[in-house]
Design a binder for this molecule. Sequence first.
Ligand SMILES: [Zn+2]
Length: 587
Amino acid sequence: MAYTLTQWNLGELYPGFDSPDLQMAFDNVEEQVMSFEGIRGKLLPDLDSNQFMEFVRASEQTSRIINKIYAFTGLSFAADTQDQVAQTYMARVQQFAAEMQNRTLFFSLWWKDLDDKNAERLMNSAGDYRYYLEEIRHFKPQTLSEAEEKVINIKDVTGTGALVTLYDAITNRYVFKLDVDGETKELTRGQLIAYVQGSDADLRALAYQELYRVYATDGPILGQMYQSRARDWHNENIGLRKFSSAMSVRNLQNDIPDEAVDALLDVARKNTKIFQRYFKLKAKQLGVKTLRRYDIYAPIANSDKKFEYDAATQMVFDSFNSFDPQLAGMAKRVFDQQHVDSEVRKGKRDGAFCWSVLPDMTPYVLLNYQGRARDVATMAHELGHAIHSMLASHHSTFTYQSSLPLAETASTFGEMMLTDKLLAEEKDEAVRRDILFKQVDDAYATIMRQSYFALFEKQAHEMIQKNASVNDIAAAYMENLKEQFGDAVELSDEFQWEWVSIPHIYHTPFYVYAYAFGQLLVFSLYQQFKMEGESFKPKYLKILSAGGSEAPAKILEDAGIDIRSPKFWQGGFDVLDKLVGELEKLK
Ligand SMILES: [Zn+2]
C-alpha cells in the first residue's frame, strides 16, 4: 500500500472535544485524586511495601489519564493552532493539571522526607519504579514545605507560564516581508527560514536582515521578558531552593552530573577551530573570500532533488531495516495506525515532533513534508524518537521516557543511517558533496551553536543578577558569537538580537546543551557501530530499551561510556575533525 500525505487520527485518544469520553476523563481524574487524598493518614515510616506499591500504581493510573488528556489537547492544537476550542482547552488542562498536582503533592513530599532505611526497603521491592522513586528523592534538599510548593505551582500558571505563553503569542504573530522576484511576500518565520537555507546569496542576507529587523523592533520588550524569566529562575531555584547554580537546576532534572556538562562545554569551547576550518572551506566552495554569517547554511550545490512521500517512507524503512528489521516494523506501525500528520496545512504548527503518550500506545508524529532531502531526514529523525519509545514500552509510565540528554540518541542515529544510505545510492558527485556538507552544517547547528547558547545562558543569568540592561546582554551575545566564529565568519550587527528569537531559552532554560550532548554521543556510538558491526547492535538496542528506567550516566556506563571524561567528548569532536578533513581533500 502506498502512503500518502495525510492528517493523523486521534481517535485512539478521544473522539473529539465534545465527546462524553473526554469529559468523563476529567471526572475520573478528580475521583481518583479524591480517593488518593484519603491515603494521607496511612503514610507512616513502616508502611507495608505492597500497600506502598498500590499507592504508586494508583498515581500512575491518574498520570495515564492526564497524559491522554494533555496529548489530545496538545496534538489537536498543533494540528490547528487557530482552533479556539483547542486553545481554550490548553489553558484549562494546564490549570487542571496544576490543581491535581497540588492535591497529591503530599505523597511525594512524604516520600522525600522518609528516612533512608525505610526508603531503601520500599525501593527494593519497587521493581521498574525504582529509578523513578530514587529520582524524586534526589530533590529532597531543594524541596520546600507543602504550602510553599503549592503557592509556587499555582502562581506559575499565571506567572512564568503566562509570561512564556505571551512570548509565544507575540512572536508567533510576526509577519516577515521579503522581496522575491520583484514581488513582496508576507511570510511566517518557517517560510522565511527556507530562504536562509536557499541558494540565492542576496535573498539569504535579506531574509536574515528581515528576521532580526522584526525581532529587534521588539528587542527591548522581548529582552525584558527574558530578564523576568531569568530573575524568576534565580528567585525560586537559588533564592528559595538553594541550588548551587542556575544551570545545575537543569542538570539535576536531567540527572546529569554538573562535571559532565562542564566537561562537554569546555571541550566544545576548545574545538571551535574545527568549524572555523569548515566555514573557511565552505567560503572557498561558494567562491567568496570570507563566509558571511548569512551563508553558513547555504547549499554548496544547486540540487533541487525532490522525494515523493511514499518513496521517502520506503527509504526510511529500508535504512532502519538494514540495522534491525524490528525497528522498521515499529516505524511502519506509526504510519499504519494513522499516527502521522504529514501534510502542510494552514494553521498547522511548523516543524516536526514526536509525542509519546503512554508506553503501550504508538507515538504520534507531526511532519510538514515538502519533499526536500531535509524533510526525509526529519522523517527519519522523528521516527527514531518513536522507535526509542516503542523499544522501552515494557517500562512503566514513569520510567519509559528517557531523560533529555539521551532523548536525541535514536533520532540522530536514525538520521545518520539514512545519510549513509543516501550516500551509498547517490551516483551524482555534486549531490553527494551536498549531502556531506549538509551533515556538517547540521552538526554545527546541533553541537557548536547549542553549546554556545548554553554558555550564553550561563553568562546572561549571571549578568541579570548584576542588573545588566537588555543592551548589555545583546553586547555579550555578540562577544559570544565572535568567540565561536573567530575570523572565519563575518558577523553583522543585527545578529546581536538572535538570542531574543530563541524560544528554548525562554521555555526551558539550559535545555539546549542536551542537543550537543546527544549529537556528540551519537557520533561516538556511530563510530563504534562502524568498527564493531553486528556486535554493536545489542549494546545499542539495550541503551534505547532502557528508556528512562536508570540514570543516563549508568545506562551509558554499561555501554562503556564515561560522560564525565573530557576524553569521551573529545572523541565526538575527533569524528567531526576527520569529516572536515575529508571534505578538505575533495577536489
Ligand atoms: Zn529530536
